[in-house]
Design a protein around this ligand. Structure first.
Ligand SMILES: Cc1cc2nc3c(=O)[nH]c(=O)nc-3n(C[C@H](O)[C@H](O)[C@H](O)COP(=O)(O)OP(=O)(O)OC[C@H]3O[C@@H](n4cnc5c(N)ncnc54)[C@H](O)[C@@H]3O)c2cc1C
Length: 351
């Protein structure tokens, strides 16, 4: 029986494993294996609510093991360490995360859905000093550090200063969520720094202006056309030479595929994303597929698919059909992205 291994149980990988389990797994036509480093799936677009303390990610995560039992696939918890393309095996970290032996799992088809990590664009000090919202543990670390900064500020009768680098959806949503709750422990001064001329560059300029107005009404300082040139433990420097003091700096200014993607001997772009063809298959290996944030799919008509949950979801549906043999024909149509719009949550008080 064919074994299809899906590495990464995020927005795309979990959906693909579920759909293939329901079809090929249920019918006994293939063994479907999902692996992830975490025991449960948390919907990444809600990470800012964890960071803002409005959601308990551990309670709201979906258990991979439970989903696997219900949908006829296997779940293996562990970190994907490497791929032996000649032998068609992957190596996973020890089962208990401890000192045990690494596990080797064979595959006929491997699907990489490893997501993305923050991209610091080579800004000195950013990787060392800025926090990120790449996953649940990052969001929880941010929350803990924010509370500690607020407690320290209250004890010293001074405001706590949070600087958010990046005025995209994540930075704006978090600033709005924190701006609404600011003052609960101590005065919290929030600044959003955006390199471009406006917040939310993917939206209509009127919506950008309205988001900036809303944030300013909440007391959030918005600095546009301001590029960050360096980050230290308590100061962010912009390229005009200004120093912005910060007790906490959060980086939300872009993503790249995990460094692991560049170590597999497969073609990648400058963001470490695996280069795939119209059928989401690696251009370097016919047995390996990649999709979602870790893949670069460039449609000749639409251009590059953006790193968004919508894309990962649509690509999961496409691959589920392709791998289950439901896309027939000498040249089955390639993947096409349908943009269903963007939702940016500014909270209940937004107008
Ligand atoms: C804070 C935030 C807000 C966002 N808001 C939106 C939004 O409003 N709308 C939208 O469309 N998109 C949004 N996005 C983007 C969206 O979350 C991603 O595009 C989407 O999750 C990509 O899905 P994916 O399956 O490619 O990767 P992910 O969902 O990131 O999943 C990757 C999975 O791979 C696992 N993994 C990675 N490396 C390994 C390894 N070596 N071994 C084992 N497991 C591994 C991870 O644990 C993870 O479960 C947001 C992202 C963030 C961070």
């Amino acid at each position: 029986m064919e074994t299809i291994v899906i590495a990464g149980g995020g927005a795309g990988g979990l959906e693909l494993a579920t759909r293939l389990g329901d079809t090929l797994g249920y019918a006994g036509l293939a063994r479907i294996v999902l692996l992830d480093r975490w025991p449960g799936h948390f919907w990444k677009p809600l990470l800012h609510t964890v960071a803002a303390g409005r959601c308990d990610a551990r309670a709201d995560a979906l258990s991979f093991a439970a989903q696997a039992a219900e949908h006829d696939f296997e779940f293996l918890r562990g970190e994907l360490l490497c791929v032996d393309r000649a032998r068609r095996t992957i190596t996973l970290s020890p089962a208990d995360g401890g000192d045990g032996a690494c596990r080797v799992v064979g595959y006929d088809k491997l699907v990489l859905a490893l997501g993305a990590v923050s991209h610091f664009h080579g800004v000195p000090g950013a990787a060392e000093h800025a926090l990120t919202l790449d996953d649940v543990s990052g969001a929880e670390t941010f929350r803990r550090r924010l509370i500690a900064a607020c407690v320290h500020a209250a004890e010293h009768a001074a405001p706590a200063r949070l600087l958010i680098v990046g005025g995209g959806a994540t930075g704006v949503e978090l600033a709005a969520a924190l701006g609404q709750g600011a003052g609960a422990i101590a005065e919290l001064r929030i600044t959003v720094i955006e390199r471009g001329p406006r917040l939310l560059p993917q939206l209509h300029p009127q919506q950008s202006a309205s988001a900036a107005r809303h944030l300013r009404a909440l007391g959030v300082a918005v600095l546009t056309s301001t590029a960050v040139a360096g980050v230290s433990a308590d100061v962010v420097f912009d390229d005009a030479g200004h120093a912005h003091r910060a007790d906490l700096t959060l980086w939300t200014a872009g993503v790249a595929a995990p460094p692991l993607c560049a170590t597999l001997g497969l073609a990648v772009n400058q963001l470490n994303q695996l280069v795939v063809d119209a059928g989401l298959c690696s251009v370097s290996d016919a047995g390996i597929y990649a999709f979602g944030d870790c893949a670069s799919h460039v449609c000749p008509v639409q251009g590059a698919a953006p790193p968004r949950a919508q894309v990962a979801h649509q690509q999961a549906m496409f691959l589920a059909d392709l791998l289950a043999g439901r896309r027939q024909g000498a040249t089955p149509p390639g993947f096409r992205y349908h943009d269903h719009g963007t939702l940016v949550s500014l909270g209940a008080q937004a107008s």
